[in-house]
Design a protein around this ligand. Structure first.
Ligand code: CMC
Length: 427
């Protein structure tokens, strides 16, 4: 039996359909609300609003559940590799061996970036933040690929996906090479995707590069944990930009900008900077917890809290363990890890954090692992973007194939009522 919701305005009743998702999530379908009642809903930050139906990722913030296409994040992080997960997110099913090989080979066909992109990169000052450069370079790719993709043509869509996966990884690492003054590196098509990330970043022409498999494996896992997270800020950005039928590169470039903010992906850099500051100031964790609780102080404990997770972030649980393993394996003894552990303990026992359900999120521990791997702090959010890329692509594709209308929210106007224009000499 289908359910309905009744809304009463000024004594008049209106009925709206209720939609139930696969996991019994309930939504009131208000598509016809304004037409029927003249009213709109107001929901700043979209805390209660669903923007779409999606088959990609399921997240239960109360229970700490995260699944891609039905598979638990724990299983995927443990048993799959990043390109398998990318394929799953984008195409809906786990690939068999032949499909995975083909996907990897087809990505390889697109790993050469137009040499003219180098002059665009050189136009940036070396001090530019890699996320700003990455967003601009992704956008610049539209100039080299001006034809918009016909999403209904499977081959065109598939080629665009492989092209985006191939070129984005290369330009992401170029942002670092430019900053360091290193010669730009090329993808090596005989090696894997994540191995290539390490090479592209760190291999220099003067000596052979020795890859540490433990680092590659841990990075692969980190990319999987970041690969999708349903309608978060950057993904919603990608969907809404794409809803105007802007191309894939343009939409993803906007997603990179959204991810950069410290309340979203930029938090991983902010966490490490916060831990460094605490350490440099004598390691007084309690002082920073007090600061975070003080409403007159804008300081927040970075890496704590989440819009959706109100119990624990399952990604943080996996990362915490991975951080311990990686630091152990590499023999790294990082004082910042001790500060992080103390901070976690103090905050988790504090009434302020308990009553607001503020728990460590994915960004709390990722920075510690990145640091142990030798990744510079300004590149942390770029790594998040590389991991999130398949999610952005999958969501963009789904939005276009579902023929979703252009995203265009309404507002409640609270400005001045109509008034007569005043000539400049009368103001
Ligand atoms: N430190 C101190 N207080 C906090 C924090 C924090 N990190 N996060 C939330 N609060 C307080 C906030 O002040 C508010 O208190 P009150 O009810 O007294 O006004 C209450 O908790 C609810 O917070 P909110 O800002 O209304 O919650 P939100 O859902 O709008 O924001 C958030 C979620 C992630 C932006 C926020 O928790 C935050 O700023 N965290 C720090 C930044 C961070 O780690 N971001 C990464 C998120 S996970 C990676 C990703 O998916 O991007």
């Amino acid at each position: 039996m289908s359910k309905t919701a009744i809304l009463e305005i000024d004594g008049k009743k209106y009925e709206f359909p209720v939609i139930v998702g696969t996991e019994n999530e309930v939504a009131i379908d208000i598509e016809k609300l304004r037409g029927a009642t003249g009213a709109i809903t107001l929901d700043p930050g979209y805390k209660n609003s669903g923007s779409c139906k999606s088959e990609i990722t399921f997240l239960d913030g109360e229970e700490g559940i995260l699944r891609y296409r039905g598979y638990s994040i724990e299983d995927l992080a443990d048993k799959a590799d990043f390109l398998e997960v990318a394929y799953l997110l984008i195409f809906g099913e786990l690939p068999n061996t032949a499909q995975l090989e083909k996907f990897e080979n087809d990505i390889r066909k697109h790993t050469l970036v137009n040499e003219e992109m180098k002059s665009i990169l050189e136009g940036f000052p070396k001090t530019a933040h890699p996320m700003g450069v990455l967003s601009s370079l992704t956008s610049a790719l539209t100039a080299f690929n001006p034809k918009s993709v016909n999403v209904e043509n499977e081959k065109e869509m598939y080629d665009a996906i492989c092209k985006t996966m191939g070129k984005f990884l290369v330009i992401a690492t170029w942002t670092y090479r430019r900053r360091m003054g290193f010669p730009l590196n090329y993808y090596d098509n005989t090696k894997g995707y994540v191995e290539n990330f390490m090479r592209l970043m760190f291999e220099i022409p003067t000596e052979p590069y020795k890859m540490d498999k433990r680092i590659v494996d841990a990075l692969d896992k980190l990319f999987i944990l970041h690969a999708d997270h349903e309608q978060n800020c950057s993904t919603s950005t990608v969907r809404i930009v794409g809803s105007s039928h802007a191309g894939l590169f343009a939409s993803i470039s906007a997603g990179v900008s959204a991810l950069w903010g410290p309340l979203h992906g930029g938090a991983n850099q902010a966490v490490l900077e916060m831990l460094e500051e605490i350490n440099n100031n004598g390691g007084d964790v309690a002082k920073y917890v007090l600061k975070a609780k003080d409403k007159d102080d804008p300081f927040r404990l970075m890496g704590f809290g989440h819009r959706v997770y109100k119990n624990f972030d399952p990604r943080a649980t996996i990362i915490k363990k991975a951080a311990d393993d990686v630091l152990d394996a590499l023999g790294v003894d990082d004082p910042l890890l001790d500060i992080a552990k103390q901070l976690e303990k103090v905050a988790l026992e504090d009434e302020y954090f308990k009553s607001r359900n503020l728990y460590p999120n994915v960004d709390f521990y990722s920075g510690i692992i990145y640091r142990a791997m030798g990744i510079p702090v300004e590149m942390f959010t770029v790594l998040f973007a590389i991991g999130r890329l398949p999610g952005w692509i999958a969501q963009w594709k789904e939005m276009r194939l579902n023929k979703e209308p252009i995203g265009r929210p309404r507002q409640v106007y609270t400005g001045s009522p109509s008034r007569a224009f005043k000539e400049i000499n009368q103001r």
